[in-house]
Ligand binder design. Sequence first.
Ligand code: TPP
Length: 660
Amino acid sequence: MTSARRPFREFDDSHDAESLRLARRVIRGLTVSMRHVVLAPGSRSAPLAYALAEAEKLGAITVHMRIDERSAAFTALGLALSSGEPAGVITTSGTAAGNLLPAVMEADMSGVPLVAITADRPEELHGIGANQATWQQGMFTGRVRDELHLEQGLIASGQLRLEPESRDDMLAAETQTALLLRAATTSTLRSAPGPVHLNIGFRDPLVPAEAPETAGGGARPAIQRWARRGVIPSQERERLYRASRTESITPAEHLGASDLLERLGAEIPGPGSTHDDAGSSSTDSPSAELTHRTLFVLGHGAPPEAVELARSLGHPVLAEPTSGARSSDLGAIPGYRLILQAPQGTEANQLVAQTQRVVVAGRPTLTRPVQRLIARRDLEAVHYAPSAQAWWDRRRQEEALPRRAVADLREIAEFAGRGDADWLHQWEAKGLAAQHALDTVLAQDASEHEAPSSVQAAQFVAETVKTSLLLGSSSVIRDVDLAAVITRAGVDGAGSSWAHRRGIYALRGLAGIDGNLSTAAGLALAQDRRVTALVGDLTFLHDVNALLVPSTERAPNLDLVVINDAGGAIFDQLEHGDVGRRPGQAEAVERLFGTPQTVDFEAIADAYRHEYVYAESLEALGRALAYPEDRLGIRIIEMRTDRSRLRALHERLAQKAAEL
Ligand SMILES: Cc1ncc(C[n+]2csc(CCOP(=O)(O)OP(=O)(O)O)c2C)c(N)n1
């Protein structure tokens, strides 16, 4: 097929293998908005590998080599989670591609722009028994925002072009790739950011041709400047970068919802203030002038303006650790879970019962008391969602949940009304009492056992670390939610880079115990500074290949704090704990759910050649976590606890809740 228009040719690699030429165009398309890619070795993906090495030399992208594709994918997820920019993971064909599924699933449900790139055998090698050939096109359908297949064999017929004929040539590989990435980050009322899939059928040869000049033995010419650098305006890039160093960017920030809040600020009176605007129309329209007993329940990834609104109106805020609002300096109510679980007849229960309205923002997932509260049919509830939420099917949500979605912050302000100052103070006082009760029980329990419980250890780490923190699935994040009082400011003095907000992260999309360490590694690589991951022993062992960093690579600066209670603790707190206490059932429940293990974590550290610290007490843990920037690489910090004592601890906490 010929064209009257001359193709743009910004560089000439016509001497090279066609697979390499295709790979370069794909990478040009990627680097419009991607800074990091995680690559696992393989044959079919070789053109991408060679082209990436060139692009990295040209300063267009950073490449991280990993061996285990599942870990590579979660590392890319962490990279994308940190900045909100797309991050890529590249594999060869076959089962390698299948290993991306868990991270794609998580990215889908948590709205993270993960770009899964799988090299494939060309179409003519499918279905004839060729090695490592499986059907990869559409293998993530239903979980990705968009997917693209590029077949090298279509170049000859002009159905796929290497040289674009215009800036928006839809047949050009580069344009198609760049557009795919746009689908990963688009945040509107209808679509949330999320993963995309690019599958590429490469034909042999898969290695670069020798440049013609070098064939005769001459000096190798410099690489042509074929790679692109990102086109994000530098101011925006700086804003994203700064934000990535403080906390994760939410879709609302992309939408500029905080500007809206500023504009609203002028219109919303504070708590208990009198509205002395002459001719107020409060009698005939609902507005923030009416006083309501409204609770703000902030779950994972709550838009930051929601907490600002709650504060400016004077409402109590119940905030999960990854809501971005779980901070005593933001006024989140401490110990709120004890308040919610207080039985009838207590003052705490009365406070909860007095609630008239609930504003939910983000995605609360951690505890049953919160789920019960927001599902109460006697309460009026709305869900603040300024843009589409990845986990949310709007049609399902509206029929299944007793709350409607509201995108407009002004409408939320009117719904919530002005806070009842006295009620807010009662919540604050009860929160302090609940926290005191928690601390007392944890201290008593620790002194009786002469060692901290896993709950106290999790509380301690969350309150102590000066770095960004990834909270492992299972008990860890729930223990932090239960007990930790987190402050936003770093402990290490204003003026230092720690002084701002630290990010608290977790895989709340699907709450898997897989990929947690790798995700933390991705966060550390993106932020280029130390990150702490706090995980249970099974969560650690499930993703142990995160420790497998090829020796050519810069290891992430990572403190992996493992609370080793020799198996899974969470099931004993659930119904299975009751089953396990029936006569003759204990052994079976321990075997089926506890899955005990006796792994030597020091030996693991040794085998992978990372540093190991055994923390026998909270003081030792504190010493290990101090001065996070004084060391490089991965460290494993182990604290051993006994999970069999947790049920009694939680029963004691329930007794304390009955006194609130
Ligand atoms: C990939 C995956 N497999 C299984 C589960 C189910 N699961 C939830 S918690 C848990 C045990 C976790 O144990 P550990 O990491 O030691 O934490 P603990 O429960 O002791 O706090 C399991 C297997 C899961 N969430 N994700």
